[in-house]
Design a protein around this ligand. Structure first.
Ligand SMILES: [Zn+2]
Length: 300
């Protein structure tokens, strides 16, 4: 995952533009700095997306859905909502992470990227090398995790950690891997108690196509109470569950659903130190839950 600031938006601009709208005072927490965090910002708003599956050929379609056109519909909605940041939980590209896929993704997000930072996780249909070639301007708090794209976004009053579960391109399962897990454990132990949300691509079941090292991840985060939620995609389904009080938020796909019962769209979130409101915005698929709001309280 990368923190994408094309148009050379840097972290300072992110903070400036991101918070101008709410007129809040902010203490910038530079990475892992125990004691520096001050809760001076009451809330932050995000657009959370997953599984955009943007193709190089804009007419590419699957199950009657056109991923390029779906994202084209979503972009103006996000711009009008004008959240402080946007995060996409992987499977950015159609199938194999081609340069043309990412070029289209970059083009589609340009109107948002001019105003707000866009952070992207990598999924099993992404290619890390091609991704970095197109999204070459990476700033913010990129973490030194060998072979993985890991970004920390300290955005009071919450922290978002983008992890990288891409294992093999165009094969279904995902893996964080030992290096990344150890980095995460160390980081979480040292950083301050800002409520923290993890974001990565793979789903949290025990199937052969899910996150293969999920039990190890769970054993790391279970006792670390500052971890409040996980955002993920992969299943192309929308849903909420819990593990030890940690909210597991399965984001809907933007590109297409696997089942007619699932919505296709994105989620607008308002996050505070106590919890979050998650509003579903549907552009295709099952529209029954369009506009529905899920309110979550963080574990203490
Ligand atoms: Zn997908």
């Amino acid at each position: 995952m990368a923190e994408i600031f094309y148009k050379s938006m840097n972290r300072r601009n992110f903070i400036k533009t991101g918070l101008a709208a709410v007129g809040a005072l902010v203490t910038i927490n530079t990475g892992c700095s125990p004691g520096l965090y001050k809760n001076e910002t009451k809330s932050t708003r995000w657009a959370f997306l997953a599984d955009t599956h943007i193709p190089a050929d804009i007419n590419n379609n699957y199950r009657g859905f056109f991923p390029y056109l779906n994202l084209q519909k979503v972009i103006p909605d996000i711009i009008s909502a004008l959240p402080d940041g946007v995060a996409i939980a992987g499977d950015l590209a159609r199938l194999t992470g081609q340069l043309g896929d990412y070029a289209n993704l970059k083009k589609l997000f340009e109107p948002i990227a001019e105003k707000r930072p866009v952070f992207m996780a990598l999924g099993n249909h992404d290619n890390r090398d091609n991704f970095v070639k197109i999204f070459d301007k990476v700033s913010g708090e990129k973490q030194p995790v060998r072979g993985k794209h890991v970004i920390v976004v300290n955005k009071p009053p919450t922290r978002l950690i983008i992890l990288d579960s891409l294992f093999y391109v165009n094969k279904v399962p995902g893996l964080l891997g030992k290096t990344q897990r150890q980095w995460l454990e160390n980081y979480l132990k040292e950083c301050d108690n800002t409520p923290t949300i993890l974001c990565f691509h793979h789903s949290l079941e025990d199937g052969d196509g899910d996150l293969l090292d999920l039990p190890r991840l769970f054993s790391i985060i279970k006792p670390i109470r500052k971890v409040k939620a996980i955002l993920y995609g992969h299943s192309h389904a929308y849903g909420f569950s819990e593990f030890e009080g940690i909210h597991l938020i399965n984001l809907p796909a933007v590109g297409y659903n696997f089942s007619d019962t699932e919505p296709v769209g994105w989620v607008e979130a308002k996050l505070t130190t106590e919890g979050g409101d998650f509003t579903l915005h549907v552009v295709a698929g099952n529209k029954e839950k369009d506009g529905s709001v899920k309110k979550l309280a963080w574990r203490i």
